[in-house]
Design a protein around this ligand. Structure first.
Ligand code: UDP
Length: 237
């Protein structure tokens, strides 16, 4: 196999991936399968920061739609990401990957608080750092959290692992004529309003010239393939 294209990546895994084929919550066999895929790239020497979404448990917008105060609902969403982070930590450690969870909302009984320089030290020691609770602020998403951490940790790429194998002209689940882009610019994503990540995340990646790689993390072994420039994905630069 060719050399890995990137050495210091931030991997964002959306919450819905962790549901597997179940309708809600955390499907542990799926989390374990993702953990094994992550181990493959860590064993190759990739420095890995991880951000996990919370949409499999709670989304602030859904709470607000039912009449909840948006900020309170968003805090619930951020707590959901902490649950997912702990599940992923457990699965990773069982396959032999050393990890630390750092939460943007301090909860010292459960995990470390977010301290950038400490996270750097963990990464230097070959540990995977799982950044939980998104940005720590309501009205944001874990995509923005992922972009922020990718910039802070000076990552050379942001990998967005979803249930779709790249960016399409329209939602491929709804439109049979939708076609996949191989490459896009940040500007095209923003001007065509493509639903990849929210605009603040895309803008931050553009300002810091960090490529975004969108791929399906549902297929086993795909993370490794995409890291080597093989398989199917969309690159945004
Ligand atoms: N959230 C937030 N601020 C953040 C990150 C997340 O308020 O910085 C909340 C928000 O309510 C969001 C929920 O946490 O709906 C779960 O995150 P997200 O929807 O990004 O998860 P994903 O779609 O990646 O599973």
């Amino acid at each position: 196999m060719s050399q890995p294209r990137y050495k210091n990546i931030l991997l964002k895994v959306s919450g819905e991936v962790l549901m597997g084929d179940t309708p809600f919550g955390i499907d542990m066999p799926t989390v374990e399968a993702v953990a094994r895929d992550i181990k493959q790239i860590v064993d190759e020497g990739v420095r890995l920061s991880l951000v996990i979404g919370g949409g499999n448990i709670f989304r602030g917008m859904a709470g607000a739609a039912k009449g909840m105060d948006r900020a309170s609902a968003d805090y619930m969403g951020m707590l959901a990401t902490v649950m997912n982070a702990l599940a992923m930590q457990d699965a990773l450690e069982r396959v032999g990957v050393n990890t630390r969870v750092q939460s943007a909302i301090p909860m010292p009984t459960v995990c470390e608080p977010l301290i950038r320089r400490r996270a750097e030290r963990h990464l230097e020691k070959g540990r995977v750092v799982i950044f939980a609770a998104g940005t720590g602020n309501p009205f944001f998403t874990t995509d923005s959290g992922a972009a922020l951490r990718a910039a802070e940790m000076k990552c050379d790429a942001l990998f967005k692992g979803t249930s779709v194998d790249g960016v399409y002209t329209a939602d491929p689940k709804k439109d049979a004529k939708a076609t996949r882009f191989e490459k896009l610019s940040y500007h095209e994503v923003l001007s065509r309003d493509l639903k990849v990540m929210d605009a603040s995340a895309i803008s931050l990646m553009r300002e810091n010239a960090i490529p975004i790689v969108v791929f399906s993390i549902r297929e086993r072994g795909n993370l490794m393939k995409v890291l080597h420039g093989e398989g199917v994905y969309t690159t945004i630069t």
